[in-house]
Design a protein around this ligand. Structure first.
Ligand code: GAR
Length: 258
């Protein structure tokens, strides 16, 4: 029998996407095994969903780490963290941004990211799936999961039709902008904000009378089928990055092979 894709999930909230992915595995049409679910928040409802499906789960309490008055001594910067290497790779902050602030931003998160890596790596995963994980991940973390840009191993789902409306409130931004069409995007994660190669998208109509809640409801419904379908393409080895860099030198196109 073919080996199933070993998947880990990170989430911050209710975990309806994680549920859809775990259900698709159980139903057998997604040939993957969810090895572990992790969260940055103890209160994340997705952790209970994992527990009820008998899936290992863990928390790295980002708030507790970032806001602790003795954070520097309790959560020291990991020895293998190289802030200059991170600054060179990252494209979350534009050039010209206050570099001291950017340095502090990444350095403060490094201890939490090390804990995430320490929790995930023992599972020997093939793919890390971000399902409503609301924390920025630095090149330090990304490189800890995937060794080569050409072979991405982290996927994210974003609640908008990228490259429109990156950031934390995709459906809200789509709705406030008065868009007639909304959607969601599954993409590989790179060193920028929601900027990695697009794997799949799904769209839906927005009518003038639709509330933001209605837009979110329609969007989530699309996400629940799009995300497992994209993971299945990955499991089948059908996603290939096309070696044609865009204007900024980044390789963006994902080709789905038959
Ligand atoms: C989903 O809408 C997902 O697209 C979004 O969070 C929600 C999580 O819902 N992700 C992001 O905004 C990532 N930046 P869920 O916890 O019910 O799966």
């Amino acid at each position: 029998m073919k080996k199933k894709l070993a998947v880990a999930i990170l989430l911050s909230g209710g975990g309806s996407n994680a549920q859809a992915i775990m259900d698709a595995c159980k139903e057998g049409w997604l040939q993957a095994e969810i090895c572990v679910v992790g969260s940055d928040r103890m209160e994340a409802g997705g952790l209970e969903r994992a527990a009820s499906m008998g899936v290992d789960h863990f928390v790295v309490d980002y708030k507790g780490i970032l806001e602790h008055p003795d954070a520097a001594s309790l959560f020291p910067v990991p020895r293998d963290f190289d802030v200059e290497a991170v600054l060179k790779k990252q494209s979350l902050f534009p050039k010209g941004h206050d570099m001291e602030k950017v340095r502090t931003f990444f350095t403060r998160r490094a201890a939490a990211e090390r804990l995430l890596l320490d929790a995930l790596l023992p599972y020997d995963i093939d793919l890390l799936v971000l399902a409503g994980f609301m924390r920025t991940l630095s090149p330090y973390f990304i490189d800890g999961i995937q060794r080569e840009e050409q072979f991405p191993r982290i996927m994210n789902i974003h609640p908008a039709l990228l490259p429109s409306f990156p950031g934390p409130d995709g459906y809200g931004d789509t709705w406030r902008h008065g868009c007639r069409i909304g959607g969601c995007t599954v993409h590989f994660v790179d060193y920028g904000e929601d900027s990695g190669p697009i794997v799949g998208q799904a769209a839906f109509s927005i009518f003038p009378e639709d509330s933001l809640e209605e837009v979110r409801r329609k969007g989530l419904e699309q996400e629940w089928s799009l995300y497992p379908a994209c993971i299945q393409l990955y499991a089948e080895g059908r996603l290939v990055l096309e070696g044609r860099p865009g204007r900024d030198g980044k390789i963006r196109r994902v080709v789905v092979c038959s």
